[in-house]
Design a protein around this ligand. Structure first.
Ligand code: GLN
Length: 382
């Protein structure tokens, strides 16, 4: 059989590639973003309890109402936005799925979507599989800020959406009030939609506030905002997230969702609805993760890598410019094989691999894992 690829330029996602290479080489995996420590036992007990209580059948298509109600309360408290749990939220099998569904809801063939590179590697294929065209704009290196004048120069009558992501994967940059103002100026009076990837909403450091799009009613009316329980509660393997939008947009989103996943795993929804009552659990994640960032940065001072700024997410980028002429993919692969530490080459977050000689490290690991990884990184031969 001959199949005409719908994604001819796409290979296997870098996260699968590097995790596989890490496993083959028995390397410490600082590549794909996931914690190596235990998640809350209280939360796993709640899942166990839900299953034993018979909560094992289909949940409602948009998600368990009790969970959506708890999320609405949280959103009101944190972002001062009164959303309607009946109409404005859908629980999804992960943040990536929420992003895919929002794009599929909005993008028609020929539509242009503005994306800032480096960007999470699912964005562009998700645009293209819907017949859209990604209009890429490089974030200013090395601070990874959005060049707003360039954004305005790239808007055309076909621009359907702008995708933003704060805290940002892979760089850990975060949007400021000035960015929000620029965004507002850019979209005001247009029919441009926004997709705001906020899966790292609680992983934000240095006292910075998370400027969720949920805070801005004028921007919210054109937005899909995507979140992840996996990042907040250290359970990436649960593949659990949600999307918030307006009733009209969410109605269309649900049309796509209902014939794909239809609904999500029920026991975790029961558990999360209960666990969300504990505000401490999500409000302390930022401090906890900042300690990990600081500890990792301190350890890494003993290596020749040069840190770039990271104010959020659980990623820290390091430059090896001046140390090696290898491209970042070659170096990441060599370090995994020779030194047994896996990372992610940041060029993988560009459509046409822009190589700034930067690697992304995930620091949401036990202290001893970070210590051992850095011991090994000290031995790299440049
Ligand atoms: N979001 C995770 C990361 O950036 C990976 C998710 C995935 O592997 N699909 O590392």
């Amino acid at each position: 059989m001959i199949i005409q690829s719908k994604l001819p330029e796409v290979g296997t996602t870098i996260f699968a590639v590097m995790s596989q290479l890490a496993t083959e080489n028995k390397a410490i995996n600082l590549g794909q973003g996931f914690p190596d420590y235990m998640m809350s036992e209280e939360l796993t007990s709640l899942v166990d309890h839900a299953m034993k209580n018979g909560m094992n059948q289909y949940a409602p298509m948009p998600g368990l109402l009790s969970l959506r109600e708890m999320l609405a309360q949280k959103v009101e408290k944190l972002y001062n936005n009164k959303i309607d749990p009946e109409t404005d939220i859908t629980i999804t099998p992960g943040g990536t799925y929420a992003i895919y569904t929002a794009l599929t809801t909005v993008i028609n063939p020929g539509d242009e979507v503005i994306v800032f590179e480096p960007c999470y590697d699912s964005y562009i294929p998700n645009i293209e599989i819907n017949g859209g065209r990604a209009v890429t704009i490089s974030l200013d290196f090395p601070n990874y800020n959005i060049p707003w004048d360039e954004v305005r120069s790239k808007i055309t009558s076909r621009t359907k959406m702008i995708m933003i992501n704060s805290p940002h994967n892979p760089t850990g940059s975060v949007l400021s009030e000035t960015d929000i103002e620029e965004l507002r100026k850019t979209v005001e009076g247009t029919g441009i939609f926004l997709l705001s990837d906020e899966v790292y909403e609680h992983l934000i450091f240095d006292g910075l506030p998370h400027l969720s799009i949920l805070r801005y009613p004028d921007l919210m009316q054109r937005s899909f905002v995507c979140f992840s329980f996996g990042k907040t509660y250290n359970c990436t393997g649960w593949k659990s997230g949600y999307c918030i939008s307006t009733p009209a947009l969410m109605k269309e989103f649900k049309k796509v969702h209902q014939f794909n996943a239809f609904c999500c795993f029920t026991p975790t929804q029961v558990a999360l609805a209960e666990y969300l009552k504990n505000e401490e659990a999500y409000l302390t994640v930022g401090t906890f993760m900042q300690q990990k960032r600081d500890y990792f940065q301190q350890l890494m001072e003993l290596t020749p890598f040069k840190p770039l700024a990271s104010h959020g997410s659980y990623f820290q980028c390091y430059s090896y410019a001046g140390l090696s002429e290898e491209n970042d993919l070659e170096l990441a692969q060599r370090i995994t094989r020779e030194n047994k530490v896996a990372t992610i080459p940041v060029s993988a977050f560009y459509k046409y691999a822009e190589d700034n000689k930067v690697l992304r490290f995930c620091f949401s690991k036990k202290e001893e894992t970070l210590e051992e990884a850095v011991e090994r990184l000290k031995e790299i031969k440049f």
